[in-house]
Write a protein that binds this ligand. Structure first.
Ligand SMILES: NC(=O)c1ccc[n+]([C@@H]2O[C@H](COP(=O)([O-])OP(=O)(O)OC[C@H]3O[C@@H](n4cnc5c(N)ncnc54)[C@H](O)[C@@H]3O)[C@@H](O)[C@H]2O)c1
Ligand SMILES: O=c1ccn([C@@H]2O[C@H](COP(=O)(O)OP(=O)(O)O[C@H]3OC[C@](O)(CO)[C@H]3O)[C@@H](O)[C@H]2O)c(=O)[nH]1
Length: 440
C-alpha cells in the first residue's frame, strides 16, 4: 500500500491554494456573507465562462476564516456531484479529487487546462467496488463525500441485488477507511429511509390525517416504515437505512466525524438521462427526466397509479448551498442527520405533470397535447414488487438551527430554468432521432 500512495502523490500536481491573509473587518465580513448568499448565475445559464476571482476572505457561520481543504468526492460525475463540483470550483478555494466511473457531466470543469480552477479538480476513473486506490485517495483528503449509488426507483425492484450491494456493501469500505484514518465523512442517504407516513395507515376519514405529527418527517423522531420483503422497492431504502445505522454507530463507538444527508427529491439540469439520447432507450430515469422525455417527444406524461403520490421538490442549486454549509461548518454539521428539501414545494405527481406541461409550453413555444397525461399501472411501468412513498414533507428544524439554511426557489421557477435547459440541450437531438429514414 505505501508504494501506491507514493505514486498517487507523485501523480498529483502541486495545487495553488487561496490563502486568507486579509484581516477581518466588519465590511469584509458583510461582503463575504453577501457573496455567499447571492450566488452567481448557474454555469449552464452563462453565455461565456465567468473568470474566477476570490477577492474576499470567506468566513464560516461562526465568523472564522474558512481554510482550503481537499475533498475526496465519490460519485462526483453524477447529477448532485456535478453541481457540487461546479460550486466548489467557482466559489471556493477547495481542492476536489473527483471519483466516478463516468465524467461526462463534469467534463466542462476538467477541460481545457486554462480554466480558472485548473489544478484544483482531478478526475479519477474508478469503480469503488474493486479498486485498491480508494483508501489512498481517502487518506489524501481532509473530507470524503460519498454520493455513489444506484438510486433510480426502476432499479430497486428489478435489480434488488445490485441495489443492495451498491447502497450498502460498496459503501462499507468508505466508512471503514474514514473511521480508521480519522477522516471526516459526509454520507448521502435519502428521504426514502422514512418509507411511508404514519398518516397512510390511518382510516381515510380520520381527523388525525390533518395533524402534521402524522406526516411531517423528522430526522430524530420519525420511524422508518417499509413494505413487506416481496415489495422489493424497499431494497434501496433498507440498504440506505442500514448504512446510516453503521455510520452512526462508527460515530458513537469509534468517534467517526460524520454527517448524513437525506435529500428530498432534488431536481434540476443534468438529472439522469433522456432515454435514447444520452441513456438507454429502454431505461427509466427518475420522474423529472421521464416527464421531460415525454414533453420533448410530444407524448402524454405517464401517471403511475393515478399520480396520487405526493413529493416536495427542491432546486438543486438551493440544496447545494446546504451541502456547502455542511462542508465549511464541521462543528455545526458533525454528528447530525439533515433533511434537505423544500416543504413549500409539495405537489401530487399529477400536479407536477400539469405544471411541467404548462412550463414547457411557455419555454418551447409548442402547444400542449389535447390529452397531456395518461394513466398507467405501477406493475406495467415498474414491474412486480413496486411500492411507493405516499407523502414526503421534510421537517426543517435541525438544518435551520444548525446551519440557518432555507430553500429559496419556488417549484414554478425551478421548473422554468430546468425545462429551459432540457429544451435547449435535447430538443434538436430528439427531433433528429424521431425523423424516420424514408424507404427508397
Ligand atoms: N437526486 C436526489 O434527489 C436524491 C434523493 C435522495 C438521495 N439521493 C442520493 O444522493 C446520491 C447522489 O445522487 P444523484 O442524484 O447524484 O445520483 P447519480 O446517479 O446521478 O449519481 C451517482 C453517481 O455515482 C456513481 N457511482 C455509482 N456507483 C459507483 C461505483 N461503484 N464506483 C464509482 N462511482 C459510482 C455513478 O456513476 C453516478 O455518477 C445517491 O447516494 C442517492 O442515493 C439523491
Ligand atoms: O413517468 C413517471 C415516473 C415516475 N412517476 C411517479 O413519480 C413519483 C416520483 O418518482 P421518482 O422521482 O422517479 O422517484 P421517487 O421520488 O419515488 O424516489 C426517489 O426519491 C429520492 C431517491 O432516493 C433518489 O432520487 C429516489 O428513490 C413516484 O410516485 C413515481 O411512481 C410517474 O408517475 N411517472
Amino acid at each position: 500500500m505505501p508504494h501506491i500512495l507514493t505514486q498517487l502523490h507523485k501523480a498529483i500536481p502541486s495545487f495553488i491554494f487561496f490563502h486568507p491573509r486579509v484581516s477581518l473587518s466588519l465590511s469584509s465580513f458583510l461582503l463575504a456573507a453577501n457573496n455567499f448568499l447571492l450566488s452567481p448565475p448557474a454555469l449552464e445559464d452563462r453565455e461565456t465562462p465567468v473568470s474566477f476571482e476570490m477577492a474576499t476572505t470567506r468566513m464560516d457561520l461562526d465568523g472564522r476564516p474558512i481554510k482550503p481543504i481537499t475533498i475526496c468526492m465519490i460519485g462526483a460525475g453524477g447529477f448532485i456531484g456535478s453541481h457540487l463540483c461546479e460550486k466548489l470550483m467557482s466559489e471556493t478555494p477547495h481542492k476536489v479529487l473527483a471519483l466516478d466511473v463516468y465524467n461526462d457531466k463534469i467534463k466542462h470543469l476538467l477541460e481545457p487546462d486554462s480554466l480558472p480552477w485548473a489544478g484544483r479538480i482531478q478526475f479519477h476513473r474508478l469503480n469503488i467496488k474493486h479498486d485498491s486506490r480508494l483508501e489512498g485517495l481517502i487518506k489524501m483528503a481532509d473530507l470524503t463525500i460519498n454520493l455513489a449509488a444506484i438510486c433510480t426507483p426502476a432499479d430497486y425492484n428489478t435489480r434488488p441485488l445490485d441495489t443492495i450491494y451498491s447502497n450498502f456493501i460498496d459503501a462499507l469500505p468508505v466508512v471503514k477507511y474514514c473511521s480508521e484514518n480519522n477522516k471526516r465523512l459526509i454520507h448521502f442517504s435519502t428521504c426514502e429511509v422514512y418509507g411511508k407516513t404514519i398518516q397512510s395507515f390511518l382510516p381515510k376519514d380520520s381527523p388525525l390525517r390533518q395533524d402534521p405529527a402524522y406526516y411531517v418527517l423528522k430526522e430524530d423522531t420519525s420511524p422508518c416504515i417499509f413494505g413487506s420483503i416481496e415489495k422489493q422497492r424497499w431494497s434501496y431504502a433498507c440498504a440506505k437505512q442500514l448504512i446510516e445505522r453503521l455510520v452512526y454507530a462508527e460515530g458513537a463507538e469509534n468517534g467517526l466525524e460524520f454527517t448524513i444527508v437525506r435529500p428530498f427529491n432534488w431536481i434540476g439540469p443534468r438529472m439522469d438521462f433522456i432515454p435514447g439520447i444520452d441513456g438507454p432507450s429502454e431505461g427509466v430515469p427518475r420522474v423529472l427526466a421521464c416527464f421531460s422525455n415525454n414533453l420533448l417527444r410530444r407524448e402524454p406524461l405517464k401517471l403511475v397509479d393515478g399520480g396520487q403520490s405526493q413529493r416536495t421538490f427542491v432546486y438543486i442549486k438551493d440544496a447545494i448551498d446546504a451541502v456547502l454549509l455542511m462542508i465549511e461548518n464541521p462543528d455545526r454539521a458533525n454528528g447530525h442527520i439533515f433533511n434537505v428539501g423544500n416543504p413549500n414545494n409539495e405537489v401530487t405527481v399529477r400536479q407536477l405533470a400539469e405544471m411541467m406541461t404548462k412550463v414547457y409550453t411557455k419555454v418551447s413555444g409548442e402547444p400542449a397535447l389535447e390529452s397531456p397525461t395518461i394513466d398507467v399501472s405501477s406493475k406495467e411501468f415498474y414491474g412486480e414488487g413496486y411500492d411507493d412513498s405516499d407523502k414526503r414533507i421534510p421537517d426543517m428544524t435541525i438544518i435551520n438551527k444548525q446551519l440557518g439554511w432555507n430553500p429559496k426557489t419556488s417549484l414554478w421557477d425551478l421548473l422554468d430554468s430546468t425545462l429551459t435547459y432540457q429544451h435547449r440541450t435535447y430538443a434538436e437531438a430528439i427531433r433528429k432521432a424521431m425523423v424516420k429514414p424514408t424507404a427508397s
